[in-house]
Design a protein around this ligand. Structure first.
Ligand code: BES
Ligand code: ZN
Length: 631
C-alpha cells in the first residue's frame, strides 16, 4: 500500500519521441505533459534517458554466461545520478566517458522479486556516456541456454533471449520501460561453429572469427532487444524476407512460410509501408515459451507452428502485424498492453482474410471468441475480476498476468465492433493514419481514445460506448457477432454425441482426420462434454489418431479433453508432448486440468511430468507451470 502511494505521487513527463523523418501532425497534442508512470521500472527515465545503447558481449556456452559491457548514450540532462534496471546480473564496474573512460561510483538497491534491483550510477550533470561492465548469472531469466540434445541437430548448443515484458533487464542493464525508445548496436562474439542473429540487421552467413556486428537504426522499446545463437542457416523466401533455422528444419520452414511475401504485401496494402526494411523469422527450439515473438526485423518462432500444412500460419500473420501495432506504435505501459495485442489480433485477421478469404478469417475469429468467453468466465471468478477490463491496473503484479484473451481478443472485438459501426473504409483509413501519426512512439490507451473520438467517431457523428469497452468488466452487448457454418456443424456433431447418438456410423462414417481443419476439431473437442466416455475417446483416437497428431494445437486441445475425461491410455503421449513442448499456451491448460481433477493420480502425473520437463522449459513457462503444480 505504502509502495503504491509512493508510486502514485510520482508524476512523470513523457517526452514523446518522433521519428526524425516522419512527418507528424500530432506534435502539438503529443508535446503535452502526461502524468503517467510506468510501474514496472525502477529507472529515473523522467530525468535522464538512454538514446542509444551499444553492447559488446561475449557469449560463453561453457559457463552459460554472457560477459560484456552496455554502453549507454544519454539524453541531455541535469542530474547527478542515472538509475538502471537489473535483475540477476552481476555488475563488475561502471564508468563514464566515450573514448576515455573514468570510473564512476554505483550502488545497487534491495532486490525486488518482480522488478529486480535499481542500479544507481553517480554522474556529473550533463554526462553523455555511461558504461556498465557486467555478466549474466543463472538467475538471468530472459536466457534459455539449451544443450545440444534439445536442438534438432543435436550437435551444437543454442541460446535465445525473451525480453517481453520485463526480462530484458536480466540480460542487459538498462532502463527497462516501453515508454523509452532507443536505437542499439552490438558486437557479439560466439563460438565459431555458431551464428548470432538479433532484432537488427543480420548476417546471412557464419564467419570464422565468430564475431558479428549489428545495428538497429529505428527507435525501439527495450523489450524488443533480442538475440539468438545457434547452428543456423538462412533461406531467402523473397526479396526482403527469409528464415533462419537449423538445417534439419530448412525445407519444412521454406514450405510452411511460403506465403510470407504475400502476407507482407497484404499487410502493407492495409496499413502502409513496412518500415523495418527486412522481415525474417528465426526458428527456435521447442522450449520457446511462445508461438511467436515480434522482435523487429526478426520474429522468433516456435517449431510447433510447423504443422506441415500451413495451418498455423496465422501466428506469422500475427507477428508480422506487430511490425505496425506494437513495434511502430507501442504500449507506453503494460497496463496498455491491449494496444499491442488487440490491434495485432485484429490486423492478423485482416491479413488472413486478404490471403485466405473471409470464411477462413471468420473461422479463426470464432475460435478466438470461444476462448474469450471462457476466459471472461474464468477471470470473473478469479482473484482479479477487474482483469477483464482492457485498460489494466497491474501495480505490484507481473505484467505477464495481463497476457490474457482480454488484451488479445476483447481488444480485437472492440476494433471489429467499431469497424462494423463506421464501415470498413473509414475504419481502415483511420488506422492507417493512426500508425502514421504515432510511428515510433509509445502511447497510452487515453491517447488512442482521444484519436478515436477526434478523428473517427466525432467527424462521422457516431456515438460509441468506448468507456464501457475499455474501463468496464466483461464483454459489452454490442460486440460484433461472427458465425461460421463449418464450426456450427462440428458443434452439432458433438451435441449429438452427448445425447448418446453413435456419430461414428453417421457423421464420421469413413471420415478421416484431414477431412476437417484444426479449428473444426478444436470446436468439436470443446463442445464434447467432460463426461465423454472412455469408449468414445478410444474410438475417436483409433479413427483419427489425435494422440499422435502432427498439429500441436489439435493435440493440446485433445490432451485437455483427455485429462478431463480421464482417458489415460495415451498418457505416455501426453507426457511426451509436455516434455517436448515449452510453448506456454499449449501446455498450461493441460497441467491446470490435471491439477483441478479430483483424482489424486492426475496430480501425481502432472507433478511427475513437470519434474521431467522443467529443465527443458524457459523460465517463463517453468514459473507458470510451477505455480500450477505446486498449489
Ligand atoms: N508478444 C506476444 C508474446 C508475449 C506477450 C510475450 C506478452 C511476453 C509477454 C506475441 O506476439 C504473441 O502474442 N504470441 C502468440 C501468438 C498468437 C496470438 C498468434 C503466442 O505465442 O501464442
Ligand atoms: Zn502478439
Amino acid at each position: 500500500m505504502k509502495q503504491y502511494f509512493i508510486f502514485s505521487i510520482l508524476i512523470i513527463q513523457i517526452l514523446f519521441s518522433c521519428s526524425p523523418n516522419q512527418k507528424n501532425e500530432n506534435n502539438e497534442s503529443l508535446a503535452h505533459v502526461e502524468t503517467i508512470k510506468d510501474q514496472h521500472t525502477r529507472a529515473n527515465i523522467e530525468e535522464i534517458r538512454t538514446t542509444h545503447l551499444h553492447l559488446e558481449l561475449d557469449i560463453n556456452f561453457e559457463n552459460k554466461i554472457i560477459y560484456g559491457v552496455a554502453r549507454h548514450q544519454m539524453s541531455e540532462n541535469n542530474i547527478d545520478h542515472a538509475i538502471f534496471d537489473i535483475k540477476g546480473l552481476e555488475i563488475i564496474k561502471t564508468t563514464v566517458g566515450e573514448k576515455e573512460e573514468t570510473a564512476a561510483d554505483f550502488t545497487i538497491s534491495d532486490d525486488d522479486e518482480l522488478l529486480g534491483a535499481a542500479l544507481t550510477v553517480k554522474i556529473e550533470p550533463g554526462t553523455q556516456f555511461i558504461n556498465i561492465y557486467y555478466q549474466t548469472t543463472e538467475n538471468s531469466e530472459a536466457l534459455d541456454w539449451l544443450p545440444a540434445e534439445l536442438t534438432e541437430g543435436k550437435v551444437h548448443p543454442y541460446l535465445y533471449t525473451q525480453g517481453q515484458a520485463i526480462l530484458t533487464r536480466s540480460w542487459i542493464p538498462l532502463q527497462d520501460s516501453p515508454m523509452n525508445r532507443i536505437t542499439y548496436s552490438a558486437d557479439i562474439t560466439v563460438p565459431s561453429e555458431l551464428i548470432a542473429v538479433m532484432s537488427a540487421d543480420n548476417p546471412t552467413e557464419k564467419n570464422d572469427e565468430g564475431k558479428y556486428h549489428f545495428m538497429m537504426k529505428q527507435k525501439i522499446p527495450s523489450y524488443l532487444i533480442a538475440l539468438a545463437v545457434g547452428d543456423l542457416v538462412y533461406t531467402s523466401l523473397g526479396e526482403n524476407c527469409g528464415i533462419y533455422s537449423e538445417k534439419e528444419l530448412e525445407d519444412a520452414c521454406a514450405y510452411e512460410f511460403g506465403d510470407l511475401p504475400k502476407m507482407i504485401s497484404a499487410a502493407e496494402g492495409l496499413y502502409g509501408e513496412y518500415l523495418w526494411d527486412q522481415y525474417d523469422i528465426v526458428m527456435l527450439p521447442y522450449s520457446f515459451p511462445f508461438g511467436g515473438m515480434e522482435n523487429p526485423r526478426l520474429t522468433f518462432a516456435n517449431p510447433t507452428i510447423l504443422a506441415g500444412d500451413r495451418s498455423s500460419t496465422s501466428v506469422v500473420a500475427h507477428e508480422l502485424a506487430h511490425s505496425w501495432s506494437g513495434n511502430l506504435v507501442t504500449n507506453a505501459t503494460w497496463d496498455d498492453f491491449w494496444l499491442n495485442e488487440g490491434f495485432t489480433v485484429y490486423f492478423e485477421n485482416r491479413i488472413m482474410e486478404e490471403i485466405y478469404g473471409k470464411e477462413t478469417a471468420d473461422i479463426l475469429a470464432t475460435i478466438e471468441y470461444q476462448d474469450l468467453t471462457a476466459s471472461i468466465t474464468d477471470i470473473g471468478q478469479s482473484e482479479f475480476p477487474e482483469d477483464t477490463r482492457l485498460k489494466l491496473e497491474l501495480n505490484d503484479r507481473n505484467p505477464d498476468e495481463g497476457m490474457t484473451d482480454i488484451a488479445y481478443v476483447k481488444g480485437a472485438f472492440f476494433l471489429r465492433t467499431i469497424e462494423q459501426s463506421v464501415g470498413r473504409e473509414k475504419h481502415d483509413s483511420f488506422l492507417s493514419q493512426y500508425f502514421q501519426d504515432h510511428a515510433f512512439q509509445s502511447i497510452t490507451t487515453e491517447i488512442f481514445v482521444e484519436d478515436l473520438k477526434n478523428k473517427l467517431l466525432d467527424p462521422n457523428a457516431i456515438s460509441f460506448n468506448i468507456d464501457e469497452w475499455i474501463y468496464q468488466e466483461g464483454l459489452p452487448e454490442n460486440h460484433l457477432k461472427i458465425k461460421s457454418q463449418r464450426l456450427e456443424k462440428m458443434v452439432a456433431i458433438a451435441e449429438k454425441s452427448k445425447t448418446g447418438k453413435d456419430i461414428f456410423s453417421s457423421d464420421f462414417k469413413d471420415a478421416e482426420r484431414n477431412d476437417f481443419i484444426t479449428q473444426e476439431w478444436l470446436t468439436f473437442f470443446r463442445t464434447l462434454s467432460p463426461e465423454t466416455s472412455i469408449a468414445t475417446m478410444t474410438q475417436l483416437d483409433a479413427q483419427f489418431k489425435f494422440s499422435s497428431d502432427a498439429n500441436a494445437i489439435v493435440k493440446s486441445d485433445w490432451f485437455k479433453l483427455s485429462a478431463q475425461t480421464h482417458y489415460r491410455e495415451q498418457s505416455p503421449e501426453m507426457q511426451k508432448y509436455l516434455i517436448k513442448i515449452g510453448r506456454r499456451w499449449l501446455i498450461e491448460g493441460i497441467y491446470q486440468i490435471l491439477m483441478d481433477s479430483d483424482d489424486a493420480q492426475d496430480h501425481h502425473f502432472a507433478r511427475e511430468t513437470f519434474e521431467k520437463a522443467k529443465n527443458g522449459y524457459h523460465f517463463v513457462s517453468r514459473s507458470t507451470i510451477e505455480g500450477i503444480v505446486k498449489k
